[in-house]
Design a protein around this ligand. Structure first.
Ligand SMILES: [Zn+2]
Length: 210
């Protein structure tokens, strides 16, 4: 992946790990600077058997499993499914992150992701970071189509990091995609497309060469 300072935009805690967790582990292994910003811990949709703020604890554990430093984690507290009502506030937060972190590369959900929060964050993300490299990560259950334009080839150790990170989300274990079988299948499928063992695919929105 191009760039040395990477900012991950995750609408909800766990989206960025699901979309590109193995690539994140690889970037950190390569010594790139990685920041993670999540915009909702989904307190309103946590199952009743868990504490409402459980995702805040889980995202700290999961990102640390990937090697992200605690000080590089930014958590905003927007209510799930209300991002489109808070569009300008989210953009203001993104612009503050841009000024503070000065990333050269931003990874975010697809511009046509069908989850309303994902779509809003992608649109505001592009608005805030139009002068950066911008790539979109894949969340197949929310993507009607996905243009596999870029591939990040990853190693078994990166795949294991992704599996371990997502395993930290005990409150999300009921999701059909939250298991090693699915995660490895997706990594294998994208690997086969480029004749490698494992890969993650990205849409390319902007790529700037100096
Ligand atoms: Zn999400």
């Amino acid at each position: 992946m191009v760039g040395e300072t990477i900012l991950l935009l995750s609408p909800h805690t766990d989206d960025a790990e699901l979309g590109c967790g193995a690539s994140i582990a690889k970037f950190i292994r390569q010594g790139k600077k990685v920041y993670y910003a999540a915009f909702s811990a989904c307190e309103q949709s946590v199952l009743p058997e868990f504490p409402k703020d459980i995702l805040i604890h889980e995202v700290r554990e999961a990102t640390s499993e990937l090697g992200i430093r605690p000080e590089n984690l930014f958590l905003f507290r927007y209510e799930v499914r209300t991002f489109n009502y808070k569009r300008q506030e989210i953009l203001d937060d993104l612009i503050r992150l841009r000024e503070q972190l000065k990333p050269d590369t931003v990874l975010m959900p697809c511009l046509h992701d069908i989850h309303q929060d994902h779509k809003t964050l992608a649109e505001e993300g592009l608005r805030a970071f139009k002068f950066c490299n911008v790539f979109c990560y894949e969340l197949p259950w929310n993507n009607l189509n996905f243009n596999t334009a870029a591939f990040e080839v990853v190693a078994e150790e990166d795949v294991l990091c992704k599996v371990k990170a997502l395993d930290r989300y005990k409150s999300q274990a009921h999701r059909s995609y939250a298991n090693e079988e699915f995660l490895r299948s997706q990594l294998r499928m994208r690997g086969v497309q480029v004749s490698r063992r494992y890969a993650e695919a990205f849409e390319v929105v902007r790529m700037i060469s100096e």
